[in-house]
Design a protein around this ligand. Sequence first.
Ligand SMILES: Nc1ncnc2c1ncn2[C@@H]1O[C@H](COP(=O)(O)OP(=O)(O)OP(=O)(O)O)[C@@H](O)[C@H]1O
Ligand SMILES: [Mg+2]
Length: 279
Amino acid sequence: MKATPSLRDQRRAQLADLKMPGALEALDEILSGLDGGSLKAPAALSALLAAQIALRNHRRLDAAMRSSRLPAVKMLTDFDFSFQPSVKREQLESLHTLGFLERKENVVFLGPPGVGKTHLAISLAIAAAESGRRVYYGTLGDLITSLEEASQAGRLLHRMKTLSFPSLLIVDEIGYLPISRTGAMLFFQLMSRRYEHASTVLTSNKGFEDWGEIFGDDVMAAALIDRLVHHCHIVNIRGNSFRMRHHTELHRALGSTRQSTPRDTQKPSRSRGKEGTAT
Ligand SMILES: Nc1ncnc2c1ncn2[C@@H]1O[C@H](COP(=O)(O)OP(=O)(O)OP(=O)(O)O)[C@@H](O)[C@H]1O
Ligand SMILES: [Mg+2]
């Protein structure tokens, strides 16, 4: 006669049927906790669901790392706020709840080299990917090259659509490499497409007042900035490079020869909301 499956086996079969491998893996330990009295039912239920959510997020992150071209994994929990006091923990934690994505707002990180602009942009991208949203990362140079290549191959519209589609686009390293006039125009078109449709996180070592020089056209740069900052959180980081934290002498020497922070920039036309946030 066939033995009746134990309750534990029935739960296992149900979780397998529901395709919940994370919960399945955690089941034995949670049930042992319940049996031994170290866990109460509500906590056990939370632990079971948390195990499944953790696995799902991990898988989403894996998939996103492959498709989004993120160059590294950087988390907000790894960011040392005491090293960079100009970065406000509350503002960053609030951004990581991703309301800005719902509201199609942008985020701009400004600051000198090594202060954590890319780190924070990536950690936002990872939070977005874990929440199931589509994310894409590129340096300004990479994105423009891909648009130029697509244009030469007669596939510009397709490429524009591909880059307009993700809920979050990261545009890293604005200001380091010179860009062509055509490249600047293509980037302007991309940002115009995304304006009020999807969020973009941008990083730059230069203040907005220098973007005319970067894009080779003051009028276009002003129109670009106008769209970007209309609904935007600006995080202006003033501080030392984390890369150089063990080289204080070198840092002091460099600090005396370079301008360390992009100046706080006035919003070009539309009204500005609370500090650091244009609404
Ligand atoms: N406050 C911090 N806490 C922990 N790690 C940090 C912090 N700031 C920066 N880092 C780390 O230091 C390195 C440099 O930071 P990041 O690449 O984000 O700088 P950046 O501002 O983008 O510089 P660049 O303008 O040169 O691109 C990275 O490995 C990053 O994870
Ligand atoms: Mg960077």
